[in-house]
Ligand binder design. Structure first.
Ligand code: BTN
Length: 329
């Protein structure tokens, strides 16, 4: 929340955690600030969307916190051990992946998270843009430093997609299908995209940045016309507003749990739950990799996260690409 008085974070932190809640004069004393400065901080917080009320003995209580991706709110109730324990929140960035890569290059630890309300140059897979309008989604990236071979990195995006699906299931009771490698779909429309970028040398991964874009609060008309037919949001799918902060805290927790399991045991134990959500397996698909198109029966996801398809009698293992279901076969 660095855009306003630097002590605003501490005010919110004390109000969230002090028991019993402090009065204004106690708060001023705790933070060693004048009552006038504290009053200005409350004004700034009110502008951000907070609502306060005075309860018994003059104690200040947060009656309503804004649904904004700000650090004090994200950490309030966050149950992770490493994910989000170093947290960088922005109102606007080009791309959270780019910021996370810069942080990783300067030594940021595993689990460092970058979140933005808006991305002006959100990156999608295969060189595409990712539409990241302000306030509507969760645009975030996490720095990861697993001791795995660079070949195994596809597993990270599969794990992130799986975590997203589990969070939606547990939190909203909606069914998410996964389109290899890592698109999250509800009702056949894309609600979540994942982009993993890495720095490696032959045989050794330096770090990976896993960026996740989740459409949360969009109405149909919030999507640009060209992606409208294929896109959806959690709010559209649930038919009611979805709290971004609560969802995001839960996602970070689910992602950390699955990621730690993946680093410890590999992808194999997670594949049965991935397969159960896959829309491709058992169907004829075309996978495009630039100019190369491979069509065949999607048979398997292997322990490296590769899609195995049977094409012209051969088993072909694909590392990446854009898969489409064939409806004409
Ligand atoms: C896709 O094409 O499906 C992947 C989209 C990934 C978008 C997310 S939003 C947060 C992070 N920062 C980016 O620039 N991209 C990823």
């Amino acid at each position: 929340m660095s855009v306003i008085d630097p002590l605003a974070d501490d005010v919110i932190h004390h109000l969230h955690t002090s028991d019993p809640p402090p009065s204004e004069s106690q708060l001023a004393e705790m933070l060693s600030v004048t009552r006038a400065r504290l009053a200005r901080i409350f004004d700034e917080l009110t502008e951000l969307g907070y609502e306060f009320e005075i309860i018994r003995n003059g104690a200040v209580h947060i009656a309503r916190a804004p649904d904004r991706m700000i650090d004090t709110e994200i950490v309030n109730g966050l149950r992770t051990r490493t994910f989000g324990r170093a947290l960088h929140c922005y109102r606007q960035v080009g791309s959270t992946n780019v910021v996370a890569i810069e942080l990783a290059e300067s030594g940021a630890p595993e689990g460092t998270v970058v979140v933005a309300e808006e991305q002006t140059r959100g990156r999608g897979r295969l060189g595409r843009n990712w539409h990241s309008a302000p306030g509507l989604g969760i645009w975030s990236s996490v720095v990861l430093r697993p001791k795995i071979a660079p070949d195994a990195v596809t597993g990270i995006s599969i794990v992130a997609a799986l975590a997203f699906a589990e969070t939606v299931d547990n939190h909203l009771g909606l069914d998410v299908q996964l389109k290899w490698p890592n698109d999250g779909l509800i009702d056949n429309r894309k609600v979540c995209g994942i982009l993993v970028e890495l720095s490696a040398e032959v045989g050794r991964l330096h770090y990976a940045v896993c960026g996740t874009g989740i459409n949360v609060a969009h109405k149909e008309t919030d999507f640009p016309p060209e992606i409208r037919p294929q896109a959806t949001s959690l709010t559209i799918a649930a038919g009611r507003p979805v709290d971004r902060l609560a969802f995001y805290r839960r996602f970070l927790f689910d992602f950390e749990v699955l990621y730690q399991r993946f680093v410890r045991d590999g992808l194999a134990p997670l594949l049965p739950i991935y397969r159960a959500r896959s829309i491709l397996l058992g169907h004829t698909v075309t996978v495009s990799q630039g100019e190369r198109h491979t069509t065949g029966m999607a048979e398997e996801i292997d322990e490296f996260g590769r899609l195995i398809i049977r094409s012209q009698g051969q088993r072909v293992a694909l590392n990446s690409g854009e898969a489409t279901l064939r409806t004409d076969t």
